[in-house]
Every structure is written in structure tokens, then in C-alpha cells.
Design a protein around this ligand. Structure first.
Ligand SMILES: Cc1cc2nc3c(=O)[nH]c(=O)nc-3n(C[C@H](O)[C@H](O)[C@H](O)COP(=O)(O)OP(=O)(O)OC[C@H]3O[C@@H](n4cnc5c(N)ncnc54)[C@H](O)[C@@H]3O)c2cc1C
Length: 365
């Protein structure tokens, strides 16, 4: 078998962890470094709602993100099955579509969103967007019957439980012999080493996946910034939703994404701020009001967690996979990290292991 390189990855968020796992599946040696423990909840990856929304995101992004999303929607089911086949706890993954609604006074926001989306959507995908009347909406999501006059159904969109995914990836990285270096702050990387304080770890290839943590290493011409996002996690026995629901509003667009165990993620704010402090009262009011306005039974929901994190974003809001000064970078996943990560990791794998069959067809390990 060809000798494969030893790859050092800085950052064990979604990007670093997914890449580490795929490289191990392709029989590489991998060392993974993170400033926190693997279960620490502070990163964007642990905070996200993890909706997989190529259509809804197209309204606020561009073709590049849409295409990465389409490719990732093909890869996710296979990758999640691979994880399950090797003893990791199952990962909640659904592709029941997304429902987009607006209260009657805000119907112009829904109309605007629909126009924007249909304008940007390739002709071949138009059939995935379906306008719903009140009756069709009630059939699709009985809990919302009688609450909205119309809506939009985005067929094929999905979601996953990111806490379960992050744990399953950690489990399989351990099984495959990946070397975790937890609570290890990476100060810098170069072509052949990952530097943590006074310790220099020699590697064959270095990859920087530190999210906003690598801000200082991005050139002034293409700066990386953090965009603050806040979410609530609630439990509510009184409402059942089959799929994420996006609520259009002239001031903000919020969503409620169901999770196993009658839990829901309510998100997300989007603030041009690199403040990593706790969720503000203003944001709690906005998120909780949107939730309550979706269904009054949410008034009795229990707040389980309030989290805030920074989305790593570049000026064009596209993710980037590139090489500078001998170091590979995967970053700028912004608000579409879960949507785009598999396609980005696949792309980076082809660059790291050119012409290697194991990228497309990993051996059974
Ligand atoms: C509120 C919110 C909601 C979101 N919802 C969605 C959604 O519904 N769908 C979707 O597709 N995307 C969503 N996202 C976006 C998605 O979460 C991010 O794009 C993605 O998680 C970024 O992953 P990452 O691995 O690049 O960065 P991060 O998750 O930030 O991970 C970076 C890792 O690097 C480590 N690190 C940083 N500095 C250092 C250092 N110096 N040394 C060592 N380690 C370091 C950190 O500890 C961390 O573990 C959401 C994000 C937020 C905040």
C-alpha cells in the first residue's frame, strides 16, 4: 500500500474533525490539535442549528455555496451511514424539507424571499420550491394548522443533530487511531510543523481549520472575521414539528429546528460583532417571541441552553480551501458550514492526496 502522509490539523471543529476522519478513513496518519476539549460547546460547530438548506441559503448567498450544498447533500447520507456502520451512536439526520412561513402582516417578507429565491434558483431545481395554501401547509405540518394563510415548501432540504455528529466523529477518529491533542493552543503552523507554545510537532502536511482562531493569519486583502450568532435550545412536549420552520419577518429571519426528544433549536441572530459573551436579553426576547408566535404552546417550553458563537466569515461569504506559505487552509464556512463541509472536505482531500483512489473509495477500516 502507498505510504500516506502524516497530516497535522489545527482545529477540531466541524471542518477539522470531518477532514481528520476522512483522512483516517483513507489510511493517513492524523494528528488533531484543539485549544479546547472535544466536548467543549463553545465553537460555532457545537452551537449551530445544523440545518442543511441549499435552497433557503441561496437567497442570501450565491451559486458557489449552492453547488457545494448540492454536493454535500449527496455526501451526508453516505458519510452518516459509514459512521453508524462502525459503532458510533446514530446521528439524527433528516431530509424532510423546510417550511417557510410568515404571519399575515409580514407576508411581504415571504413574497420577497420567494422572488429572490426563484430568481437565483437554476431552472432544473425550480420544482423543489412549492407554494402552499393553508390546507396544504396544515397537511404537511399539522401542528401549524390554521396559523398561517400560506407558506413555501423547500423540498429535499435537511438537518442533522450536530452534537451527535461531533460525538460520532470523535468516536470514529479514536477508533481509527487519530491522535487528539486536546487543550492544545496552536500558535502557528508552517509547511512541516504545528507549533504549540514551545512544542513543535513535525508533520508532512499542515492544515489550518481553526475558524476565527486563525484570524491573524489571513491577509489584509482577504480578511477573516467573526459574525456572532445566538441560539436557544428548548424542550417542549406540546408541539411536534417534522422539519425546520423558517419564520420570515421584516426585521429578522428566525427558524425553529426540531431535534430528538421534543427538543428544538431556535435561531439565529446574526450580528457584526466578535463578542463571544453570553446571549443578550434583546436576543432572547427576539428568539423567544418568534418561537411563541409560531405556536402558543411554545410558551411552556423549557429553556435548556442559550449559546453564542462566532461564524468564521470572509468578505465574499464563500468558504475557502487554499494553500498559503505551504499551509492548507479550510475556513470561511460562515453560516453554511454544515451545508458545505462535506464538499469542501472532499475537495481538500483531492488536493492533499491527488489521484489517490482511497479518497473516493475508502478501504474498509
Ligand atoms: C448560531 C449559529 C447557527 C448556525 N447554523 C448553521 C446551520 O443551520 N447550517 C449550517 O450549515 N451552518 C450553520 N452555522 C455555521 C457553522 O456552524 C459554521 O460554519 C461551522 O461550524 C464552522 O466550522 P469550523 O470548524 O470552520 O469552525 P469552528 O466551529 O469555529 O471550529 C474551530 C475550532 O478551532 C479551535 N481553535 C481555534 N483557535 C485555536 C487555536 N489557536 N489552537 C487550537 N485550536 C483552536 C476551536 O476550539 C474550534 O474547536 C451556524 C453557526 C452559528 C454560530
Amino acid at each position: 500500500m502507498t505510504k500516506r502522509p502524516h497530516i497535522g490539523i489545527a482545529g477540531a471543529g466541524l471542518a477539522g474533525r470531518l477532514l481528520a476522519w476522512r483522512l483516517l478513513r483513507a489510511n493517513c496518519r492524523v494528528s488533531l490539535f484543539d485549544a479546547h476539549t472535544r466536548d467543549d460547546l463553545a465553537s460555532a460547530s457545537h452551537t449551530a442549528a445544523a440545518m442543511l438548506s441549499p435552497l433557503a441559503e441561496l437567497a442570501v448567498s450565491d451559486d458557489a455555496v449552492f453547488e457545494l450544498g448540492q454536493r454535500s447533500m449527496q455526501l451526508w447520507p453516505h458519510w452518516i451511514n459509514e459512521l453508524a456502520a462502525h459503532g458510533a451512536e446514530p446521528v439524527y439526520f433528516r431530509t424532510e424539507g423546510t417550511l417557510v412561513v410568515a404571519h399575515r402582516p409580514d407576508s411581504a417578507s415571504l413574497e420577497h424571499f420567494t422572488r429572490l429565491l426563484t430568481h437565483k434558483l437554476p431552472d432544473a431545481c425550480r420544482g423543489q420550491v412549492q407554494a402552499l395554501d393553508a390546507q396544504q401547509l396544515a397537511q404537511l405540518e399539522p401542528a401549524l394548522a390554521g396559523r398561517f394563510g400560506s407558506g413555501l415548501f423547500l423540498q429535499g432540504e435537511g438537518q442533522l443533530a450536530n452534537d451527535q455528529l461531533m460525538a460520532a466523529l470523535a468516536h470514529d477518529i479514536d477508533r481509527l487511531g487519530g491522535q487528539w491533542h486536546e487543550r492544545r493552543t496552536v500558535d502557528c503552523l508552517d509547511e512541516r510543523q504545528v507549533v504549540c507554545g514551545a512544542v513543535r510537532h513535525a508533520v508532512d502536511v499542515a492544515v489550518d481549520a481553526r475558524g476565527v482562531g486563525s484570524k491573524a493569519d489571513w491577509p489584509a486583502a482577504n480578511p477573516l472575521r467573526g459574525v456572532r450568532g445566538e441560539v436557544l435550545r428548548v424542550a417542549c412536549a406540546g408541539v411536534t414539528l417534522q422539519r425546520p420552520v423558517r419564520l420570515m419577518h421584516p426585521r429578522y429571519q428566525l427558524y425553529v429546528a426540531p431535534r430528538p426528544g421534543n427538543q428544538f433549536v431556535v435561531g439565529a441572530t446574526e450580528l457584526e460583532s466578535e463578542d463571544t459573551g453570553p446571549v443578550t436579553v434583546r436576543s432572547v426576547l427576539e428568539l423567544a417571541s418568534a418561537l411563541h408566535s409560531l405556536h402558543p404552546a411554545f410558551g411552556e417550553a423549557r429553556v435548556l441552553r442559550m449559546s453564542a458563537a462566532l461564524r468564521p466569515a470572509l468578505n465574499d461569504h464563500r468558504p475557502a480551501v487554499d494553500r498559503r506559505a505551504g499551509v492548507w487552509h479550510i475556513n470561511g464556512l460562515y453560516r453554511h458550514g454544515y451545508l458545505c463541509a462535506p464538499a469542501l472536505v472532499e475537495d481538500l482531500m483531492h488536493k492533499l492526496l491527488p489521484g489517490d483512489d482511497a479518497v473516493a473509495n475508502p478501504p474498509t477500516l
